[in-house]
Design a protein around this ligand. Structure first.
Ligand SMILES: [Zn+2]
Ligand SMILES: [Zn+2]
Ligand SMILES: [Zn+2]
Length: 131
């Protein structure tokens, strides 16, 4: 199995939405989104995100061709019109910047809902964040 499907990360993420039930941050997805804290299901739609997904351009991982994705959901599969290789356009991984309260260094992390304990890589101070 040397034919692993290559993945390209989409540059477009849906807006940040709070769970109407518990105010936690919902995953950056569209459609039926399940809150990972309280399991409430919300229906999230955002037309501008769908439109940008449709029009997003990605470069083929196997040739120099730039392709218009033309699909309004992520993840999705795409076939290059030039070299016919198939690859996957995955969801954008949202990261947020925050500042260590102890040494004021900028950290970039993947937010996950709920309370979380972080160790600063610079000063090893532990602190809590809530999303
Ligand atoms: Zn919730
Ligand atoms: Zn190609
Ligand atoms: Zn620090």
């Amino acid at each position: 199995m040397s034919d692993e499907i290559q993945e390209i990360e989409s540059k477009i993420a849906p807006p940040t939405v709070q769970c109407p039930n518990c105010d936690s941050m919902l995953p950056h997805e569209l459609g039926e989104v399940t809150c990972s804290v309280c399991s409430a299901v919300s229906r999230i739609e955002h037309k501008p995100t769908r439109d940008s997904w449709m029009d997003e351009k990605v470069s083929c991982p196997n040739c120099p061709k730039i392709l218009r994705v033309g699909v309004d959901e992520r993840p999705c599969a795409l076939r290059c019109s030039s070299c016919t290789s198939v690859f996957k356009v995955t969801r954008h991984v949202v990261k947020v910047g925050l500042t260590c309260p102890s040494c004021e260094r900028e950290l970039r992390i993947r937010p996950r809902p709920g309370k979380r304990s972080l160790d600063c890589p610079a000063c090893s101070e532990s602190f809590h964040v809530t999303f």
